[in-house]
Design a protein around this ligand. Structure first.
Ligand SMILES: [Zn+2]
Length: 74
């Protein structure tokens, strides 16, 4: 599985936060399936693009995990 680190800043608007998790192939950030593991030492989000059938994992800083939780999308 691909792995990446999140590139958004905690004060970025929602759209940018979502865009940072976009599919690496088709670059879509909507209609993704997200499975967040925001607790624990190494928070991450597992994403899956239903169109490309590609899965990838994005690793987050604790502050980014908090930001993503506030987004309410995971
Ligand atoms: Zn895709």
């Amino acid at each position: 599985m691909r792995a990446d680190t999140a590139r958004f800043r905690t004060d970025d608007p929602d759209a940018l936060v979502r865009a940072s998790l976009a599919c690496p192939i088709c670059l879509r950030s909507d209609d993704l399936e997200w499975h967040a593991a925001l607790d624990g030492y190494d928070p991450s989000v597992e994403c899956r693009c239903p169109r490309c059938e590609e899965s990838w994992r994005v690793y987050l800083e604790p502050q980014q995990a908090l930001r993503l939780a506030l987004l309410g999308a995971v």
